[in-house]
Design a protein around this ligand. Structure first.
Ligand SMILES: Cc1ncc(COP(=O)(O)O)c(C=O)c1O
Length: 321
């Protein structure tokens, strides 16, 4: 039996998996399916709810009273952590890189509504701010648990190893590829390990969103895959099973371009599916281009992982309208 980790219930699982029939017809290429991890439920959902079910179980086990995490001011991870902490009756402190916005909108608004304390700092000051807050909490006798950026830690990766099993139960045939956005790479790493454990040849295709180039993403996904494989006692996966494209990141992280806007409009108007401008729409730009270029072909079955992030549609309202 493979080693497993504790899980606390925070979201709604399994998330739906269905075909995007209109998009498949429009693209006239492979059959395109979508896994709705934008529907994980808690606090408007997203891939972090899946990770947090495992991470928060570890936090509770360690007697946490205060949860600290970090990310950009627009962070989806921070918003879902605020929701998880609220649901579990824990205090939440968010150390957010970037200038404090003049008005609260998107994720930053939801952080506030869910009762999280927010500290906006320069990126290079984030670690020090976390240490200061943790020391203050200790001084007050409060036990602090720090979640790394993006929930990129062993429990987070394992949640996506298990997500692969969920996909396999919903769709017993093997997908030719699963396509998703790469931030920290832990979602990709978990699915990669899950696919190898299932004995599947499914390609795990990550689309970089601007946090690093192809080599950096590939190294991170390999390192995080190996972390999970060490824990699970399975053979390390080889680098060529992980495919990363970094040509769809445009001008950089959280800078959407016209192609991102077109992808958001296409999915919204053809399927009623809402993608976010920072992660999932960039991944969709990659998927559409790879179909147009013939990398994904007619007869293949491709799964797109919708990872959430919808609140930032409102953060980017001027750009999108
Ligand atoms: C909406 C969305 N998609 C994808 C990702 C990337 O996930 P990972 O950090 O596991 O690569 C994130 C991470 O913050 C996200 O918020």
């Amino acid at each position: 039996m493979k080693p497993s980790l504790e899980r606390v219930s925070l979201g709604f699982f399994p998330t739906p998996l269905h075909e995007l029939k209109n998009l498949t017809r429009i693209m006239n290429g492979p059959e395109i399916y979508i896994k709705r991890d934008d529907y994980t439920g808690l606090a408007l959902g997203g891939n972090k709810v899946r990770k947090l079910e495992y991470i928060m179980a570890d936090a509770l086990d360690k007697g946490a009273e205060v949860i600290i995490t970090t990310g950009a001011v627009t962070s989806n991870h921070a918003r879902q952590t605020a929701g998880a902490a609220a649901a579990l009756g824990l205090k939440c402190q968010l150390v957010l890189s970037g200038d404090e916005p003049k008005t609260r909108q998107g994720n930053f608004l939801l952080d506030y509504l869910m009762g999280a304390e927010t500290y906006c700092v320069k990126p290079e000051e984030a670690d020090r701010q976390i240490d200061v807050l943790a020391a203050e909490n200790t001084g007050k006798g409060q036990n602090t648990y720090v979640i790394p950026v993006g929930g990129s830690c062993l429990p987070g990766i394992i949640s996506y190893v298990d997500a692969y099993q969920e996909i396999k139960e919903q769709y017993p045939l093997e997908f030719d590829a699963i396509v998703m956005a790469v931030g920290t790479g832990s979602t990709c790493a978990g699915l990669n390990v899950g696919a190898r454990m299932a004995g599947h040849k499914t390609k795990i295709v990550g689309i970089g969103v601007g946090l690093g180039d192809r080599e950096w993403c590939q190294d991170e996904i390999t390192r995080l895959s190996n972390l999970a494989e060490d824990f699970l006692g399975t053979a390390p996966s080889s680098v060529d099973q992980i495919i990363v494209f970094d040509e769809y990141m445009g001008s950089g992280y959280a800078i959407p371009d016209d192609k991102v806007r077109d992808a958001i409009k296409l999915l919204a108007s053809s399927e009623g599916v809402l993608l976010d401008p920072v992660y999932s729409a960039k991944a969709m730009v990659g998927l559409l281009d790879l179909i147009e270029k013939g990398y994904f072909k007619k007869g293949e079955k491709i799964l797109f992982l919708a990872t959430g992030g919808c609140p930032e549609i409102f953060g980017f309202n001027h750009f999108l309208s």
